[in-house]
Write a protein of this length. Sequence first.
Length: 144
Amino acid sequence: MEPPPLRSEVELAMKQLKDGKSPGYDNLTSEMWKATGEEGTDLMWRLCSNIWNSREWPKDWCRAVFIPLPKKGDLKKCANHRTISLICHASKILLKVISRRMKIKLQAEISDEQAGFREGRRTKEQIVNIRNILEKCREHKHPL
């Protein structure tokens, strides 16, 4: 089992929350969490640690507010709407900690040749590499 979140992980996750986002079911915005300072960080860290150790996600964190947003066209058609769901920012903090830990573990597992869906690596560069290899093979009349 992984150790519970460190205070520094929770603090980083809180700093990474984007401002100007709508609140979830609990009506607390990211700005409110950030404004709590050290006390809020300590509270969130203890809360995240308790959730981690109990292995039970709070029921309130599972609730979402669904908001239909109209697109262009006939608004009587469901296809002309898209839906967003607003979740609690407190939940996002723990999710960011988990996501960061998973990313670190995956980076160690994925080979260096893997480019797609990796931060700082693009598939375009791999395509250029393959084209260069193919050109070299053609120059030397190597059968593929």
